[in-house]
Write a protein that binds this ligand. Structure first.
Ligand code: EPZ
Length: 417
């Protein structure tokens, strides 16, 4: 595994393209299971999480190959309906394969995805919803056995929480169910809309994706298509944080500003100037931003939990106080201990963290513990005096394609060793 060495306090400058969305590519790859024929998915970032999905598709007997940022997937020769523990453990969101496998094979077997660095990651909403569509699900020895001998039947599902993964699982399964499925309190993230756009191009009939209620009319079969994945809004927010902590002006290409509707105002209130024209963002930051006041994470269109850590890195050197409330995950503050080592002033209690901006952080050796926390350490390192060494890139590589190269192209000094 590699380390990252970051020389801080350098101004960034220049333009960079934002990668395709990891959290759109993953459910779309899972959804290819309910299609026949060739799928050509463009703008897929090179990430270890996507490599895991490709390995799962191949394990199931499908053909899946990468050609630059394009993935070719054909699931016609799919033979298996079992995802082994080794693959499920590698990536918790592999659970999103369940709906498609069950809808196509009328049975599925996979192991519990297990917890992850963000705390327990239950899948009760996924399983309860699939039961509403007629699935019979039993669990033992850490494995989940699902069957629907007569096929899935459309039904009404009310999600207790607008779970992104559960919404995706149900949407995919319902595409081949008999009749109509209604999802109430569905997740509204842009990645849900992108998945629905892909499935509708495949011949599905999905209405209301991106709103609270989604309706899916079941079909006999769907066909593979070409699709281009939306840009990654969390990577965009991370790069904005990097520019803000170094008091820089940069250009970000491939921006969909509606996807950043909760993020852009936070930077503007802190004193940054942002303008988006034809998909390119001009972002400029003052030397030292004002405190961000309050950042409370919420399901979309609220402030995204995945941007909490990078924005917290920025807030550590702002001129003021920022209060964070993390409402989505119960253990998403692991980066705080590392920020304290860099000289930050943060007090955390449960889901609340209070950050008092300090004039500067100083570089030191820090430990990466999860994906967005790793990105936050990079942001902190860029703004720190001296050199910051991040012990591993294994988490970062799950969600950021060549972040060292991207930042170096913006004049940062970030070396992977
Ligand atoms: C997706 O995870 C994203 N991952 C996450 O991004 C993101 O943080 C999350 O949505 C929230 O936006 C992918 O899309 C691959 P959830 P997911 O189901 O689907 C609880 C990243 O950094 N819950 O909306 O797993 C759960 O414990 C990753 O790119 C249940 O209780 O998120 C959590 O507290 C991290 N029961 C909350 O809901 C369930 O059955 C949100 O989970 C399912 C979820």
């Amino acid at each position: 595994m590699s380390k990252l060495l970051i020389e801080g306090s350098r101004k960034l400058r220049g333009a960079v393209k934002v990668q395709g969305a990891k959290n759109s590519t993953l459910p779309i790859l899972a959804a290819t299971v309910v299609t026949e024929g060739e799928n050509v998915i463009h703008n897929c970032p090179c990430l270890t999480d996507i490599d895991v999905s490709i390995r799962i598709l191949r394990y199931l007997g499908c053909s899946a190959s990468r050609h630059g940022h394009t993935l070719l997937v054909n699931t016609d020769n799919m033979t298996d309906c079992h995802i082994p523990n080794s693959l499920m453990r590698e990536m918790r969101s592999s659970i999103v394969f369940l709906g498609g496998i069950l809808a196509r094979f009328k049975k599925a077997r996979l192991s519990f995805p297990g917890g992850c660095e963000l705390g327990p990651r239950p899948i009760d909403l996924h399983l309860d919803a699939l039961k509403k569509l007629g699935a019979v699900i039993t669990e033992h020895h850490g494995e989940i056995y699902c069957k629907a001998p007569k096929g899935l039947v459309g039904g009404t599902v009310a999600l207790a929480f607008p779970s992104v993964g559960a919404t995706e699982n149900i949407m995919i399964a319902a595409c081949l169910a008999k009749g109509t499925t209604i999802i109430n309190n569905a997740a509204r993230e842009p990645e849900i809309s992108d998945l629905a756009d892909y499935l509708n191009k495949c011949g599905a009939e999905i209405y209301g994706a991106g709103e609270g209620t989604v309706v899916i009319e079941g079909k006999e079969k769907l066909h593979g298509v070409a699709h281009t994945v939306i840009p990654d809004r969390i990577v965009a927010a991370t790069l904005m944080s990097a520019a803000a902590i170094t008091g820089s002006e940069i250009y970000l290409e491939d921006i969909m500003s509606t996807h950043l509707s909760a993020v852009i105002p936070v930077f503007e209130e802190a004193g940054c100037n942002i303008s988006v024209k034809e998909g390119t963002m001009k972002f400029s930051s003052p030397e030292r931003i004002k405190g961000l006041k309050l950042i409370r994470t919420n399901p979309y269109p609220g402030f995204p939990t995945d941007a909490q850590a990078p924005l917290m890195a920025l807030s550590t050197v702002s001129r003021g106080i920022t209060v964070f409330v993390e409402t989505i995950f119960e253990n998403r503050y692991k980066h705080i201990g590392e920020f304290l080592r860099m000289g930050a002033n943060i007090k955390a209690e449960g889901r609340v963290a209070v950050v008092e901006g300090v004039p500067e952080l100083y570089g030191t050796s820090v430990e990466a513990m999860d994906l967005r926390g790793s990105a936050a350490l990079v942001v902190a390192g860029l703004g720190a005096q001296g050199t910051t060494e991040i012990d591993t890139t294994k988490y970062l590589e799950r969600g950021y394609e060549d972040l060292d190269v991207v930042l170096s192209s913006l004049n940062a000094s970030v070396k992977k060793i």
